[in-house]
Ligand binder design. Structure first.
Ligand code: FES
Length: 321
């Protein structure tokens, strides 16, 4: 039996989307071509919204030209981009797991590359992104001078949204490594807003820099810097997770790191919730192209749209790869 899925866009101004027009809606059974209502969505009826919109998808994400305010090359592989964007968009992007697509202003749309939001200033309409220069698309982004194309907002950059948003007045642990430090800043900010006590373990990883400290300096948090893969790092990670007061752990890093943390949770703190960065290959972000599709218990799931069960997502990628 297929499991009911949770779409990150359900109820947003981007719902219903293209998938509804194709009878492929992730949530609504009627917009999957069935003759009856069998959804678990508790917001405004997606089918009704679809009918009221004239049997069409609602608003779609636009590609806009954004001004580059600043480019900081931290080292030869790490670029911090500061962009001016509409305030509404910066507000929408000030959420855990948010990302946009970036493209240099001369290339066609298949140069779009997804990039996590590191920081968003809603009052000024400014965002910051950390770009790891890796291949042709990011090299072209590095060469942009005055402006750059962006498309968004998208939010499924992590799994376990409900744990992060629902965690209040508790102790939380955030483990970040390499370029995945960047989306960790908004995760930490959201946890602090909810009055949580946050401990952060950062590993500079392959990117070779601790580049988010500047964005954390106003938060009252405890920060450890360590090579997580070293013996010392593993001991520290195990000790931090073993603290039974830790109620939520967020892992930003590779799938191997997620699995490492999941194993510690299973041994030392079975009550803790786990949220993780989404490491699947994102290409369109709209549930259309299939590049992010994975199969869980025989069900095909487009992970750019669906909030996956964290444990199943990790085990499927690592253990059944
Ligand atoms: S990235 Fe295209 S379907 Fe998910």
């Amino acid at each position: 039996m297929t499991k009911r899925l949770e779409c990150i866009d359900a109820g947003s101004e981007y719902c219903p989307c293209y998938l509804a027009e194709l009878n492929e809606c992730i949530v609504c059974s009627q917009l999957q071509g069935k003759q009856f209502c069998d959804c678990n969505w508790r917001g405004v009826c997606i089918y009704q919204e679809y009918i009221w919109a004239g049997c069409k998808s609602k608003s779609t994400r636009k590609t806009i030209l954004s001004n580059i305010i600043k480019k900081d090359m931290i080292n030869e592989r790490l670029l911090i981009l500061t962009l001016k964007i509409p305030k509404k968009l910066s507000r929408e992007l000030n959420e855990p797991g948010s990302y946009i697509f970036l493209r240099d202003n001369l290339s066609p749309s298949f140069f779009d590359t997804p990039m996590s939001i590191m920081y968003s200033n809603e009052m000024e309409g400014i965002i910051k992104l950390a770009v790891q220069i890796n291949g042709p698309k990011t090299k072209l982004i590095q060469e942009c001078k005055e402006n750059i194309y962006i498309r968004g907002p998208y939010w499924n950059g992590l799994f376990g949204h409900k744990y992060i948003k629902g965690m209040h007045n508790s102790k939380c642990l955030v483990v970040l490594r390499g370029i995945a430090q960047a989306p960790g800043v908004i995760v930490i900010s959201k946890l602090i807003q909810n009055n949580n006590n946050v401990t952060v373990l950062i590993d500079k990883g392959k990117i070779g820099e601790y580049f988010i400290e500047e964005y954390l300096k106003d938060f009252n948090i405890t920060i450890f810097k360590k090579d997580i893969l070293s013996n010392d790092g593993q001991n520290l990670l195990r000790n931090l997770i073993s603290n039974q007061n830790i109620k939520l752990i967020y892992s930003g890093g590779s799938d191997a790191q997620h699995l490492n943390i999941l194993n510690f949770i299973d041994h030392y703190n079975t009550e803790a919730y786990l949220a993780v960065s989404n490491n699947n290959t994102i290409c369109c972000g709209e549930g259309i192209c299939g590049s992010c599709e994975i199969e869980i218990n025989g069900q095909k799931v487009r992970s750019c749209k669906v909030q996956l069960d964290v444990r199943k997502a990790i085990e499927r990628r690592i253990l059944h790869a």
